[in-house]
Ligand binder design. Structure first.
Ligand SMILES: *Cc1c(COP(=O)(O)O)cnc(C)c1O
Length: 358
């Protein structure tokens, strides 16, 4: 049976990306050697890095005064590295969920953290808006898409201090005005690659604002100056990331994927709102296009385990909600085809016919 992959992360990649990666594992570029066992200091891998850089810049319209580099360690490592590099006295954080809280916790090791806005008062079901940003902060940190709760910033903030964004789960899913950010980072395993690599897009002037003497591997300057090659980079995930960027360009770039993501999200949210058995969990205007959370509606709560089994039997994979939210989460990342959303909506409608109380 065809499976529909709604995993939150690591998550779906385009079929052709996986096929190309599989070929490269067997024989990379006709070299007769596997991608898994080449040196990162070869011309072939240099070409991969250069192409990834070029495509990333082109697809996200990254201005020339920004650098891109790759790291192991995941977004969670970057939570402390951001603060280690840039938190001298005080930083501002917007608390929109689990990942923001983890970032805040790590930042507090390095200095004062002012939580300038939070949606914790209503269980992270909305994105705070219209909050004041103090001008004495070293930087302001936001999480643009809240993978667990299913909320998303739909506009780029204007900030008087350097804006740093964790875009782990919505990178390249929508157009972003990169010039409004001092740094964009994330784990690549949600929208771009298998687990094992993080990406950082950083404005060059930030490298002069590093506030302390740091271990070599922690300083962002090391990785910019060495073009992600100070030590062995995660060769395989970077290769797959490059293949994903190629795929994204081929299908029409970020504008096209944003259109597709909008269509997928509308289809599913419309069904959640229409179907009497289900309801959404967050403010409509802040709904994420990537992670769509829903639960059984009032009066149908006890059917949740049954719906999970029902959907699973029809090929749905990974729709169990995060334990903090419960219910269901359908992650609709870039590579998820609309047919998968149609299949899920079909399940919801079939389930309604079986169980709707009249
Ligand atoms: C998944 C995720 C993380 C954690 O990423 P790791 O690479 O596992 O450390 C951080 N932030 C957001 C928004 C995420 O979705």
């Amino acid at each position: 049976m065809k499976k529909h992959n709604f995993y939150a992360g690591p998550s779906i990649l385009a079929d052709e990306v996986i096929e190309n990666a599989a070929k490269a594992i067997l024989d990379f570029n006709g070299t007769g050697v596997s991608l898994l066992s080449i040196s990162h200091r070869t011309k072939d891998f240099d070409d991969v890095m250069a192409e990834a850089d070029k495509l990333f810049r082109e697809l996200l319209a990254i201005p020339d005064n920004y650098k891109i580099f790759y790291l192991g360690g995941g977004a969670s490592t970057l939570f402390y590295e951001v603060a280690a590099n840039f938190l001298g006295k005080k930083a501002g954080y917007v608390n929109t969920g689990v990942w923001s809280k983890k970032a805040i916790k790590e930042a507090r090791r390095y200095g004062e953290v002012e939580v300038v806005a939070s949606s914790e008062d209503r269980d992270f079901t909305y994105i705070p808006k219209g909050f004041a940003i103090p001008s004495d902060l070293d930087y302001l940190h936001i999480t643009t898409n809240n993978t667990i709760y299913g909320t998303e910033f739909h506009e780029d903030l204007t900030s008087p201090v350097p804006l740093i964004a964790d875009m782990s789960s919505d990178i390249l899913s929508r157009p972003v005005d990169v010039s409004k950010y001092a740094m964009i980072y994330g784990g690549a395993q949600k929208n771009l690659a298998p687990a094992g690599v993080s990406f950082v897009i950083i404005r060059e002037d930030m490298l002069d604002k590093i506030v302390r003497d740091l271990p070599t591997m922690v300083s962002f300057r090391t990785h910019v100056d060495n073009n992600s090659m100070f030590n062995t980079p995660p060769v395989f995930p970077i290769y797959v990331l490059m293949e994903t960027l190629r795929w994204l360009k081929k299908i029409g770039g970020v504008d096209e994927i944003f259109r597709r993501n909008g269509a997928k999200a509308k289809l599913l949210y419309d069904e959640i709102d229409r179907n009497p058995l289900f309801r959404g969990t967050v403010e409509m205007e802040d709904r994420s296009l990537m992670n769509i959370c829903f639960v059984m509606a009032e009066g149908y709560e006890e059917l949740a385990p049954e719906f999970l089994e029902f959907a699973k039997a029809r090929g749905m994979v990974g729709i169990k909600g995060h334990r903090l939210v419960g219910g269901f989460r359908a992650s609709c990342y870039n590579a998820l085809p609309i047919e998968s959303v149609q299949a899920l909506v079909g399940c919801m409608q079939e389930f309604e016919k079986l169980h709707a109380k009249r």
